[in-house]
Design a protein around this ligand. Structure first.
Ligand SMILES: NC(=O)c1ccc[n+]([C@@H]2O[C@H](COP(=O)([O-])OP(=O)(O)OC[C@H]3O[C@@H](n4cnc5c(N)ncnc54)[C@H](OP(=O)(O)O)[C@@H]3O)[C@@H](O)[C@H]2O)c1
Length: 258
């Protein structure tokens, strides 16, 4: 099935690694124009050159920088924008007794800025599209908190709640808003944790043990490309009646019914 993404323009935050990078590549493969950002210029350069790709350094916590990024991206692509993927971010491994107030403030700042700054900067452009779609990359933690990720779980729940509000608020502008809720996806987040754990275990064995420990029904971590597939499905103009919902991409780690 043709997803209808060719020649349309999409903005993906945090596209230099993991889920963001897989989404950028999948969109380019579909013939779309893509703009992406990250904080580290060298990591962005490693994506490689593509005539339909625009990259710029930008920290999503900085509203002015995000606005400049969106303006530059729109300029590069003829002032058109059909979709936004709010993906940039990372989680914070902390339990209640390890957290300071700065941890709470920083976590809430990253998660809420990561959605609201790109959305505010691109809303007028999205409104002009005939098939505007926003996808917020979230985590199953939003629905089933984990004590070892206490700040991230709470922030994720807030973002899932916000996504529902945004779907209602932006429907009149013709902008759909949905979420993908990830389980454990094999990206830089986990390779960094494997290195930090310094367990001496090969990465593959460490991953398998992790999947078993967390109760992943499919018995493995997910691949970034498997998440990108769900994101593209929600971006596609054919998903025109889907808004205010979330898709779990988690290999069955989610224990809830909803
Ligand atoms: N992997 C998982 O198991 C998992 C599970 C649940 C949710 N998630 C969420 O899924 C999203 C993607 O994660 P991932 O696993 O693909 O992580 P990743 O491989 O570490 O990639 C994160 C991307 O976001 C960028 N980024 C991080 N902070 C940023 C900021 N403040 N401003 C702009 N760009 C920023 C990074 O580039 P720079 O570092 O150069 O800025 C990088 O391009 C994140 O929001 C993450 O929390 C992941």
């Amino acid at each position: 099935m043709d997803l209808g993404l060719a020649d349309r323009t999409y903005l993906v935050t945090g596209g230099s690694s993991g889920v963001g990078l897989a989404t950028v590549r999948a969109l380019l493969d579909e013939g779309a124009h893509v703009a992406t950002c990250g904080r580290d210029a060298d990591r962005l350069k490693r994506i490689g050159h593509h005539e339909r790709l625009f990259t710029a350094t930008c920290d999503v916590r900085d509203a002015d920088a995000v606005r400049a990024f969106v303006t530059a991206a729109a300029g590069a692509f003829g002032g058109r924008l059909d979709g936004l993927v709010n993906n940039a971010g990372q989680s914070r491994m902390k339990r209640l007794d390890d957290t300071t107030w700065d941890d709470w403030r920083d976590e809430l700042d990253l998660k809420f800025a990561g959605v609201l700054h790109p959305l505010r900067a691109s809303r007028d452009l999205l409104r002009a599209s005939d098939a505007a779609s926003v996808v917020n990359v979230n985590a199953v933690l939003a629905k089933q908190p984990e004590p070892r990720l206490i700040t991230t779980s709470a922030a994720r729940a807030g973002i899932l709640n916000l996504s529902k509000s945004l779907a209602g608020e932006l429907a009149a502008d013709g902008i759909r808003v949905n979420s993908v809720c990830l389980g454990l996806i094999d990206t830089g987040q986990w390779t960094r944790r494997h290195a930090a754990a310094d367990s001496g275990m090969p990465y593959e064995d460490w991953q398998a043990e992790l999947a078993a420990d967390r109760g992943v029904a499919l018995g493995r971590l997910g691949r970034a490309e498997e998440v990108a597939y769900a994101i593209l499905a929600l971006l596609a103009p054919r998903a025109s009646y889907i808004t205010g919902t979330s898709i779990d991409v988690c290999g069955g780690v989610g224990r809830g019914i909803l």
